[in-house]
Design a protein around this ligand. Structure first.
Ligand code: NAP
Length: 317
């Protein structure tokens, strides 16, 4: 492959981290190529988790709030304006064993060659994997209260999980639902004290501990949630129109196994900012952050990755 066909930087992912990295590397004249992913079979669009949200109220600079998809469209427009090439393609295989790195994609037989890579492939919600869940997804079952909570006005909903996300979802859902039951598999919640206190003060929220969801039933929409008490093994079918799964997230790193160091949960390990275990490969956003997981922190680390790429390319010339 001729030198002219080797990219300076390829960015994998089109959430706030990937697009911010694109804006910065494009302004740094690196002519980034960004692989934005492809629409999924369930209709999800490239653009990351913000494509699944409605109002984003905490992104600085938008005192009135902004819709998630609108924010992503603005970031994309800004990245293109400065010279980013965006390809609606998925990375299928990467080889980081030698530079230039190679990336096989869903749209070409020829692998892409690049001197540096920014991994910004994000994370996705974990699901329960119980009978009925997949069938009823979008018909009462959801992993995103901010996307779907509105549909459950005056209805009974269940939130599964005991972390901050579960309690945050429960609080949000209590604005619409007639009742919210948090079902948690242990006796102690994992969530922070302040979130616990807030949820416990909320008259619409109740808790069911030591409880596991076994099955979801309903013809075309959710009707009952089968819950087992782990201490007594008693099983009960609880009526609910909505079930929100909030049991954590998993990073999208399957592609990188064996190529760069990942932690026990599969998140990319970074050091000195956004460096991975392979010089020239950087990571930003939720794919390397299980803690903060905010649009603004993802965007911030996308900026850091772009600056790290610039320094890397300068020093390796
Ligand atoms: P998390 O802290 O990992 O909590 C996941 C919860 O789901 C745990 O209670 C866990 O139970 C339960 N769980 C896991 N797998 C399960 C399964 N298969 N079946 C039933 N329950 C299961 O995840 P998170 O709540 O998404 O929070 C992730 C990070 O984001 C945390 O650091 C959190 O503080 C942060 N966050 C902060 C805020 C905020 O401050 N506003 C909001 C959301 C998230 P166990 O407890 O038994 O393990």
């Amino acid at each position: 492959m001729s030198e002219a066909n080797i990219h300076d930087v390829v960015i994998l992912g089109s959430g706030p981290a990937g697009l911010t990295a694109a804006i910065y590397t494009a302004r740094g004249n690196l002519k980034p190529l960004l692989l934005e992913g492809e629409p999924s079979s369930t209709g999800d669009q490239p653009g990351g988790q913000l494509m699944l949200t409605t109002e984003v109220e905490n992104f600085p600079g938008f005192p009135q709030g902004i819709l998630g998809p609108e924010l992503m469209a603005s970031l994309k427009e800004q990245a293109i304006k400065f010279g980013t090439t965006i390809s609606t393609a998925k990375a299928l295989k990467v080889d980081f064993s030698a530079s230039p790195f190679s990336i096989r994609t869903s749209v070409s037989n020829e692998p892409i060659q690049t001197r540096s890579v920014i991994i910004a492939t994000g994370a996705q919600a974990l699901m329960l994997n119980v009978e009925g869940e997949e069938r009823l997804l979008g018909h009462g079952v959801s992993a995103c209260a901010t996307c779907d909570g509105f549909f459950f006005r005056d209805q009974k909903v269940i939130v599964v999980g005991g972390g901050d996300s579960a309690l945050e979802e429960a609080g949000f859902l209590s604005k619409f639902a007639s009742s919210v039951t948090v079902v948690h598999r242990r006796k102690e919640l994992r969530a922070s004290k302040i979130m616990q206190e807030r949820a416990m003060k909320n008259p619409k929220i109740s808790f069911r501990y030591n409880a596991i969801v076994k099955e979801l039933t309903g013809e075309n929409k959710l009707e009952f949630v089968r819950i087992e008490d782990v201490e007594t093994s008693l099983v009960e079918d609880v009526e609910a129109q909505g079930l929100f799964v909030a049991i954590g997230h998993a990073p999208n790193t399957e592609l990188f196994k064996g190529q760069i160091e990942l932690d026990q949960k599969g998140y990319v390990l970074t050091r000195n900012g956004t460096e991975t275990s392979v010089p020239g490969v950087f990571a930003a956003g939720d794919v390397q952050d299980s803690k903060y997981r905010q649009a603004i922190t993802a965007a911030g680390s996308g900026c850091m990755a772009a600056l790290d790429v610039e320094h890397y390319l300068e020093s390796s010339h």
